[in-house]
Ligand binder design. Structure first.
Ligand code: FAD
Length: 506
């Protein structure tokens, strides 16, 4: 294999790489692609791990695929890849159930119904709610069809684009929502979909976030029975059936160049040659570890300084002794909000201002911020009686792995987050058989993503870092990941499609 020359090499077999390689070999079955990943399974975050003793399979990321109804980008791409029949899709009833104190507010999986539900519950904010959903339908929709806008197949209303550029682009979600509402709980509920793309309300750009709401709510969402690993495995199978090869448990050590052109990669398992190398790993990691010294990469490094990682996640995986639905966790997804929703954003900002003081961070991120809970058993009972708690977090207040402080902190994270869940769903108390925690360090260890980001780059109001790869000085190197595509499976498939089309034109 080492002496052969490949048409393209993919550094990392995450979902963006798999999608792009599957599209390339479908179109041109003779194409020779080689994918190399350091992990033991394909998929990057789109993978699972098992605990056979607990009869549990944990999904590392997926709880919602966006764009899965008619008109959605992802369902169209999955159909083009002939994958829909092989994927058993589950369309949940709820978008999520919002919990605060003793109150549960299940939000339907339908934009119009959510608008009505919120208008009923927050009648004093009715005008703002109508404006908000109109913004999602217009500016959110324009953002959603950005790739089609580029290829001319979607014609936006130019007046809307101008308005958004002038009035919305420079606002954060915090600013955008505070201009429409003064009810802090409503603001927290509406800001919660930001969790799907790794950002709190003070982090994300408002215009970008409107498109996230449009993608996940207006264009439908679904889960894949068999989990994200099933999706990744299917893509891998397509690639291998067409003659592509996937090398697992193999670390890429360096990207090789010949003058100003890429020539291949050096790995633990030898050297491989190709005129094109797609980098699925984090660009910060790649520039620091994969390119030989002496290359003219200073301008790219400078641009990359402006590309901030999205938030990382702390995840608590649980196994219960009975179906979670029977224990009171009836919805497939829940968002748990603190009693004082207005306190979360100022607490996070204070914790960061004060140098990521550990106690302040724990209170701000784990105690006050919304937490997302997925009842995987309700989506796919075959994976076991599995519940997963996610909270966006920062690696900055986590001690090094393998230290007593780190172990103690993991324990505290589990205690705080599980206790919050038990307050809202008391029926789970006494029924948790197994608990384990993934921290931002776990995410770095398994994926090499900078600062444990689960969602590539943060899409804030300043987008100058996002063009770091424009004019990259080594011909044949391309970046292909959530760091350039944007967070989410749907963005990964959309970007992969664009890259595969560009290859055709090249
Ligand atoms: C907790 C969590 C929940 C999420 N939930 C959802 C969701 O419900 N819906 C949704 O749409 N999105 C979700 N996301 C986001 C989504 O999972 C990611 O955006 C997406 O999976 C990122 O894919 P990627 O192609 O950028 O690659 P990654 O998954 O980052 O994979 C990169 C790959 O590169 C490999 N690699 C790195 N360095 C090397 C090297 N030197 N040599 C060889 N291989 C290397 C790694 O092993 C890895 O496999 C979630 C993310 C997280 C963390």
């Amino acid at each position: 294999m080492t002496s052969a020359s490949w048409d393209a090499i993919f550094v990392g077999a995450g979902i963006t790489s798999l999608a792009c390689a599957a599209m390339l070999v479908k179109r041109d079955p003779g194409m020779r692609v080689l994918m190399i990943d350091k992990h033991i399974v394909v998929g990057g975050y789109a993978s699972t791990f098992s605990r056979p003793k607990q009869q549990a399979v944990f999904d590392c990321s997926l709880h919602k695929l966006s764009g899965m109804n008619e008109g959605g980008n992802l369902i169209r791409i999955l159909r083009d890849l002939d994958l829909v029949d092989a994927l058993e899709l589950v369309y949940p009833q709820d978008y999520f159930c919002a919990y605060q104190g003793k109150q549960a507010l299940p939000l339907a999986n339908d934009a119009e119904r959510v608008e009505r539900q919120l208008t009923e519950r927050f009648a004093h904010q009715a005008e703002g709610i109508a404006t908000f959903f109109e913004q999602v339908r217009s500016y959110g929709r324009n953002g959603y069809y950005q790739f089609q806008m580029l290829d001319g197949s979607f014609e936006p209303d130019m007046a809307q684009l101008r308005y958004a550029h002038r009035n919305l682009k420079h606002k954060t979600v915090h600013q955008g929502l505070h201009e429409l509402f003064d009810d802090p709980y409503l603001i927290e509920i509406l800001a919660a979909p930001g969790i799907y793309v790794g950002g709190y309300c003070e982090d994300l750009g408002y215009l970008y976030y409107l498109h996230v709401v449009y993608a996940t709510l207006n264009r439908g969402n679904a889960y894949v029975r068999g989990s994200s690993q099933h999706l990744s495995n299917l893509l891998a199978q397509r690639i291998e059936q067409a003659g592509g090869q996937i090398l697992l448990s193999t670390r890429v050590q360096a990207v090789l160049t010949d003058g100003d052109k890429v020539s291949g990669v050096r790995t633990d398992a030898g050297t491989f040659h190709a005129p094109r190398v797609f980098i699925n790993a984090s660009p910060h990691y790649a520039l620091q570890h994969l390119f030989e010294p002496g290359l003219k990469l200073a301008p790219t490094r400078e641009k990359l300084r402006a590309l901030k990682p999205a938030r990382s996640t702390t995840t608590v995986y649980l196994v219960t002794d009975a179906a979670p639905e029977q224990l009171g966790l009836i919805h497939s997804e829940s968002m748990l909000f603190a009693d004082d929703p207005a306190a979360a954003a100022p607490a996070r900002m204070r914790a960061e201002r004060e140098g990521h003081d550990a106690a302040l961070c724990e209170e701000a991120f784990w105690g006050l911020s919304p937490i997302e809970v997925t009842n995987y058993h309700a989506l796919d009972p075959d994976a076991g009686k599995v519940v997963c708690i996610n909270v966006l977090d920062s690696i900055a207040h986590w001690p090094q792995r393998r230290t007593a402080d780190y172990r103690a902190k993991k324990k505290r994270a589990a205690q705080v987050l599980v206790e919050r869940l038990l307050r809202h769903v008391p029926g789970l108390r006494g029924h948790i058989l197994h608990t384990e925690v993934a921290t931002p360090h776990t995410y770095v260890r398994f994926t090499n993503n900078t600062e444990g980001s689960g969602y590539g780059a943060m899409v804030g109001t300043d987008l100058k870092g996002h063009v770091f790869h424009h004019g990259f000085p080594i011909e044949g190197v391309q970046f292909l990941s959530a760091w350039v595509a944007g967070p989410s499976y749907e963005a990964a498939f959309g970007y992969a499609e664009m890259k595969a089309r560009q290859w055709r034109r090249a």
